[in-house]
Design a protein around this ligand. Structure first.
Ligand SMILES: Nc1ncnc2c1ncn2[C@@H]1O[C@H](COP(=O)(O)OP(=O)(O)OP(=O)(O)O)[C@@H](O)[C@H]1O
Ligand SMILES: [Mg+2]
Length: 608
């Protein structure tokens, strides 16, 4: 049966899992790690790096190394989140052609979906290496609080990576699936997921017959470990400014080193009470003296710097519990997900809020991918009895006269779902209506997220209020929205799958898919080449080492001189094949190299 992988495409780390013989397992990458940094870089030579290898060179190539792209995916250029990223990221974020965001690496502009596609492609390769065959189908997770634009853009990323994303599921829901899988539970749980970039809280009912029903969900898609790191960086930058009068933010490399050190210190403070941040030669003074940064950071100080961030997550928990109508006492288990839930203060405040210790036994970095894999296998296997009922995190509606927002589908409605309402014209002889599709909780349309718009034309001329237009909203199981408007008189209709905010046209996606494909081919070829090159160079080294000795022994005869000439030819040809990166040619040449090496060894063995 065809395999489907589950991918947790995280802000900081990504993870891929699969169900094998009924058991969900995380697939380690080539380095043996179960998670892979969601980082992408382009080297000076134009080479694409993803994962640990990108992370390792981030400091020396800060401008061309992207991290936390998920914070930008599906966002419009003119948003506070993009402004904030602009101010803090060492890589170049620029305005795209559709009011979207592009990232410049070397001399090329990439859409955020393309960057995420590189990470997805890496996860696909990790799974393929492990399984030994191609993988096409995937379930990809997104934060529950992602809106339609962010979901669309994530789906686009999957397509660019050559994956058939059979379902998008919410991260806390995936975590609950992994938690409840095969355990025949019957209980109400809360999933608190604080990762690198986003925060989600979901309340779910797990039924004993494999029913996972989300009751309510809420979150903040710009609140996570990155913000904690920023607080530490601010603190360091401020201190340095006071001491030396120099703004470290001006230097991209210094900024990347600060970011590294801040994250490291934050993680260390989960285990110890105090840590030293030590960055020698961080920058030069105006008199060209090397300056160092050295400071102690205590856990208390960190908690002081970040307390309001944790408070914000608790406030969101409070309001979602209220919305769900579930009382704290009804929650039978609190599941912690995300690397940031290792922070003692986070654990402490969550336990305090819910009035119970969070459950141990789920792996905060792996549960989401495991849940995605479980959902994937359930989608392909009809035998499996598992029902997942998720909800839409945001209210959906349209703008009506006066700039008000008219909801059609309220937040926390179980998806898939659809809903219709009839609207009328507002002027006499009005022949067109513009439908603005919005997502959000404000009564004022302009304060909500615009998902898309379309115009229904050629309406019948009539007095205001006489022409009726039926608007239908549909949310599919991926949480993706489509809208249809229909003139009830003429039956004329217009519909859109709301794609405007993903920022990519279908043509752009198609050309990116092609490019990613050639890249996958390219990458595999490079790997094959590296292996062959190493093999060839080992043989060449042997031959070269023995050359003077062999030459001396055999050059007395024509036959010997001939053999030496041939050996020289074999080496020259191998060198030129390596230079031209000709894998196939080099593979064939291995034979000749092997023969020469054996021959040389033979000559020496005979005479020595
Ligand atoms: N021991 C630790 N102490 C404190 N923070 C930690 C620890 N380990 C990891 N983190 C932080 O957790 C975050 C990464 O968590 P995780 O891998 O769950 O995020 P993600 O899934 O990539 O992001 P998201 O789910 O928000 O998209 C980073 O900010 C990292 O610094
Ligand atoms: Mg996560």
């Amino acid at each position: 049966m065809e395999k489907v992988i589950g991918i947790d495409l995280g802000t900081t780390n990504s993870c891929v899992a699969i169900v094998e013989g009924g058991t969900p397992t995380v697939i380690p990458n080539r380095g043996g790690y179960k998670t892979t940094p969601s980082m992408v870089a382009i080297t000076e030579a134009g080479k694409r790096l993803v994962g640990h290898i990108a992370k390792r060179q981030a400091v020396t190539n800060a401008e061309n190394t992207v991290y936390a792209a998920k914070r930008l995916i599906g966002r419009k250029w003119n948003t506070t989140q993009v402004r904030s990223a602009l101010a803090t990221c060492p890589y170049r974020i620029v305005e795209g052609p559709h009011d979207d965001v592009r990232i410049q690496l070397r001399d090329k502009l990439y859409s955020v979906s393309e960057i995420s596609a590189m990470v997805l492609q890496e996860m696909k390769i990790i799974a393929e290496d492990y399984l030994g065959h191609e993988v096409r189908k995937a379930v990809v997770t997104v934060p529950a609080y992602f809106n339609d634009g962010q979901r669309q853009a994530t789906k686009d990323a999957g397509a660019i990576a050559g994956l058939d994303v059979i379902r998008i599921i919410n991260e806390p829901t995936a975590a609950a699936l992994a938690y409840g899988f095969g355990r025949n539970l019957d209980r109400t749980v809360a999933v608190y997921d604080l990762g690198g970039g986003t925060f989600d809280i979901s309340i779910l009912e797990i039924g004993s017959h494999g029913v996972f029903k989300v009751i309510s969900t809420a979150g903040d898609t710009f609140l996570g470990g990155e913000d904690f790191d920023s607080r530490i960086i601010d603190w360091l930058v401020k201190g340095f400014q006071q001491e030396h009068g120099i703004d470290l933010r001006q230097d991209r490399m210094a900024l990347q080193r600060l970011k590294d050190a801040a994250e490291k210190a934050k993680c260390e403070l989960s285990a110890v009470r105090e840590t030293e941040i030590n960055l020698p030669f961080i920058i030069s003074s105006s008199r060209n003296e090397a300056l160092h940064l050295q400071r102690m950071l205590s856990r208390d100080e960190l908690e002081r710097l970040c307390n309001d961030l944790i408070e914000r997550t608790i406030k969101i928990c409070e309001s979602t519990l209220e919305d769900s109508g579930v009382s704290k006492d009804d929650i039978e288990d609190v599941i912690l997900v995300g690397g940031m839930t290792r922070v003692p203060k986070v654990q402490h405040m969550v336990a305090g809020f819910f009035g119970r210790e969070p459950c141990k036994g789920v792996h905060p970095d792996e549960v989401v991918a495991l849940g995605a894999a479980i959902q994937g296998s359930a989608l392909l296997d009809e035998q499996q009895e598992m029902v997942l009922l998720d909800v839409t995190p945001h209210t959906l509606g349209i703008m009506v006269v006066g700039g008000f927002f008219e909801p059609l589908i309220p937040q926390n409605t179980t998806v898939p779902t659809s809903s219709s309402k009839t609207f009328t014209t507002v002027r006499d002889n009005q022949t067109a209506v513009k439908i603005l599709v919005l997502q959000g909780e404000s009564q004022r349309a302009e304060q909500n997220e615009l998902l898309g718009e379309f115009i229904l034309t050629d309406l019948r001329r009539a007095a205001k209020g006489q022409v009726e237009i039926d608007v239908t909203f549909e949310i599919n199981a991926d949480g993706i929205v489509s809208v249809q408007a229909k003139d009830l008189e003429t039956g004329r209709q217009q519909s859109i799958t709301v794609t405007a905010s993903s920022g990519l046209t279908q043509d752009e996606i198609t050309s990116m898919i092609d490019e990613a494909k050639t890249h996958a081919v390219d990458r595999r070829a490079t790997e094959a080449f590296e292996g062959t090159r190493q093999e060839a160079e080992k043989l060449m080294g042997d031959i070269e080492r023995l050359f003077p000795q062999v030459e001396q022994i055999v050059s007395g005869s024509d036959f010997g001189r001939d053999a030496i000439e041939k050996a020289r030819g074999v080496l020259d040809r191998a060198r030129s094949l390596i230079e031209r990166k000709d894998v196939e040619g080099l593979k064939e040449q291995l034979e000749a190299l092997g023969r020469t090496q054996r021959m040389f060894k033979g000559v020496i063995a005979k005479t020595g």
